[in-house]
Design a protein around this ligand. Structure first.
Ligand code: NDP
Length: 264
């Protein structure tokens, strides 16, 4: 299937690792031009080197350090996108990380930091890129969200609440921006990526391989597809929802979670 992404310009936040990097790779393979951002310049450089070493042509990739919570940096990202490619058709709001905490262990400062990260990592890039997206004849936003939005976990109380709020926001944006710009979300389960590599390093038994540790986590979570997702799997869903092939889809939430949701 031709996703009709050739020469479309896509901006991916958090594009240096995990799901964001897999999405950058796929968009480039589909012929899109890509602007990728993350906070650490060395992560972006490493990602570009990795793509090049895989034989991916990176002439159409622009990497720019940017903290999506920093308005000045986001404005500079818009300027760089305009300068490099003259337009933006697609925004993938992917940057972020989870916070492990119960209600008892979450301070007011933690709540403020988490709500700020989850909301403003979507609000700031969305507001800044909206004028360019509206100029496109196929403007699209994809928000990388979590199944926690619908199914909270007791050890991720404030992340779950923030995710629910972001899902509500996604629906509002899909209505407010229609018909010019489509807005969809994916709801992730557990995907093998940077944040799970960090948790493995902190929690696995000495000598346990990451593969074994992830298999154990999948069993404990009773994931029907019996494994964690790989970053390429949500990337495929993101790329489809962002593409003109999804032209009649807006306001949708697509679960990419191996069947772990209990919702019909
Ligand atoms: P990774 O840790 O592998 O990648 C996160 C990316 O986001 C990195 O490129 C990181 O780079 C960047 N990033 C983090 N904070 C910021 C920021 N403030 N501004 C700009 N870039 C930032 O994680 P995943 O690929 O797993 O996660 C992608 C998204 O999916 C995240 O929002 C995560 O919360 C969400 N998610 C993931 C799940 C999973 O199981 N993997 C489950 C549910 C949701 P740098 O550190 O250099 O900024």
């Amino acid at each position: 299937m031709d996703l009709k992404l050739k020469d479309r310009v896509a901006v991916v936040t958090g594009g240096s690792s995990g799901i964001g990097l897999a999405t950058v790779r796929l968009l480039l393979a589909e012929g899109a031009k890509v602007v990728s951002c993350a906070r650490k310049p060395e992560g972006l450089q490493q990602a570009a080197r990795q793509l090049a070493s895989e034989g991916v042509a990176i002439d159409n990739l622009v990497s720019q350090p940017c903290d999506v919570l920093d308005q000045g940096a986001v404005d500079a990202l818009v300027a760089r996108t305009r300068e490099a490619f003259g337009k933006a058709d697609i925004l993938i709001n992917n940057a972020g990380q989870a916070r492990l905490s119960t209600f008892a262990s979450t301070s007011d400062e933690d709540w403020e930091a988490e709500l700020r990260l989850k909301f403003f990592s979507v609000i700031r890039p969305t507001r800044a890129f909206l004028p360019l997206l509206k100029e496109s004849d196929a403007g699209a936003i994809v928000i990388v969200n979590s199944l926690l939005a619908r199914q909270p976990e007791p050890h991720m109380v404030c992340t779950s609440a923030a995710r629910a709020g972001v899902q509500n926001l996604a629906k509002s944006l899909s209505v407010e921006f229609a018909p010019e710009v489509r807005v969809n979300a994916i709801l992730l389960g557990t995907v093998n990526s940077g944040q799970w590599a960090r948790r493995y390093a902190e929690r696995a038994a000495p000598g346990q391989s990451m593969e074994d540790w992830l298999a154990e986590q999948a069993r404990n979570r009773h994931i029907p597809l019996a494994r964690f997702g790989e970053a390429e799997e949500p990337a495929a869903a993101i790329t489809f929802l962002a593409s003109p092939m999804a032209s009649f889809i807006t306001g949708a939430a697509l679960e990419v979670a191996g069947g772990v949701s209990r919702f019909a």
